[in-house]
Write a protein that binds this ligand. Structure first.
Ligand SMILES: Nc1nc2c(ncn2[C@@H]2O[C@H](COP(=O)(O)OP(=O)(O)O)[C@@H](O)[C@H]2O)c(=O)[nH]1
Ligand SMILES: [Mg+2]
Length: 216
C-alpha cells in the first residue's frame, strides 16, 4: 500500500475521531431504530468481547459507550453520532453468546440482528470483535454465517491484544485468517487492537475513513 496515502488516511482518521462524538439513540427493537441517515458502522461480538471499550478508545471518550464487567448487559442497539458534518455513526450491538442467557433471549437477539442487517442499506460495515485471548468460537462462526447471508461486508477484529503474548497472537491471527477463508463475504485481513494501549486504533480509524470515502 502507498505509505503517503496511508499516512493521509491515518491523519484524517485521527481528526474524525478527535471530533465531538455523542450518544444519539438506543433501540431495543427493530421498530425503534432511528431513521436511516448518513453512513453507519456497527460493532458486533460476544458479550465481553470489548465492543463498548473499543468505541470508547476510538472516540477517546472514556465512558461514551458504557462498559461493563457484567457480561450481557447491553441489550439494545446503541447509536453514536460523530461531528455534525461527518454524517457518520457508530453502532454498539448487543452482545451474543452469553453462556447463561436463556434460549428465548438468544432467539430474540438473532431475530433483531437479522432484521437490522437485512434492512439497513446505510450500514457500510460490521466489525466482528473476537476476544484475542480466546479466538473464534462456535457461536462466532454461527454469526459469521448469518453475516455471509446478509449483504453487509464484515471484518474480524481481535481485541485485548495487550493480554496475549506476541507469539500466541501471531498464531491466533493465522488461525483466524484460515477460518475466514471459508467465509467469502469476510474481509480476509484480520485487525488487531487493544483498547487499553490504543494499539490498532489509528489503523481502524483510517479504515473507516477509507470506507466513508468509498460510500460517498
Ligand atoms: N486488557 C484489556 N481489557 C479490555 C480491553 N477491551 C475491553 N476490556 C475489558 O473487557 C471487559 C468487557 O469489555 P466491554 O467493552 O464492556 O465488552 P462488550 O460487552 O463487548 O461491550 C471489560 O472489563 C473491559 O475493561 C482491552 O483492549 N484490553
Ligand atoms: Mg458493551
Amino acid at each position: 500500500m502507498n505509505s503517503d496515502i496511508d499516512a493521509k488516511l491515518i491523519e484524517q482518521g485521527r481528526k474524525l475521531f478527535a471530533g465531538d462524538w455523542q450518544f444519539f439513540w438506543a433501540a431495543p427493537s427493530i421498530e425503534t431504530l432511528p431513521p436511516m441517515a448518513g453512513i453507519e458502522v456497527a460493532f458486533a461480538g460476544r458479550s465481553n468481547a470489548g465492543k463498548s471499550s473499543l468505541i470508547n478508545a476510538l472516540t477517546g471518550r472514556n465512558s461514551l459507550a458504557r462498559t461493563s464487567h457484567t457480561p450481557g448487559r447491553t441489550q439494545e442497539l446503541i447509536f453514536f453520532e460523530g461531528p455534525d458534518d461527518a454524517g457518520f455513526r457508530l453502532v454498539d450491538m448487543p452482545g451474543y453468546g452469553y453462556a447463561s442467557a436463556p434460549k428465548a433471549k438468544v432467539a430474540s437477539w438473532t431475530a433483531l440482528i437479522h432484521k437490522f442487517l437485512q434492512g439497513r442499506s446505510n450500514l457500510a460495515r460490521v466489525y466482528v470483535l473476537i476476544d484475542g485471548r480466546h479466538g473464534l468460537k462456535e457461536v462466532d462462526l454461527d454469526v459469521l454465517k448469518t453475516l455471509d447471508k446478509s449483504a453487509v461486508s464484515y471484518q474480524v477484529v481481535l481485541t485485548k491484544a495487550d493480554q496475549v503474548k506476541s507469539t500466541e497472537l501471531e498464531q491466533r491471527i493465522a488461525a483466524t485468517a484460515a477460518a475466514l477463508a471459508k467465509h467469502p463475504a469476510a474481509f480476509p485481513e484480520v485487525l488487531v487492537t487493544s483498547s487499553r494501549t490504543g494499539a490498532g486504533m489509528p489503523e481502524l480509524r483510517a479504515a473507516m475513513v477509507r470506507l466513508l470515502g468509498e460510500r460517498r
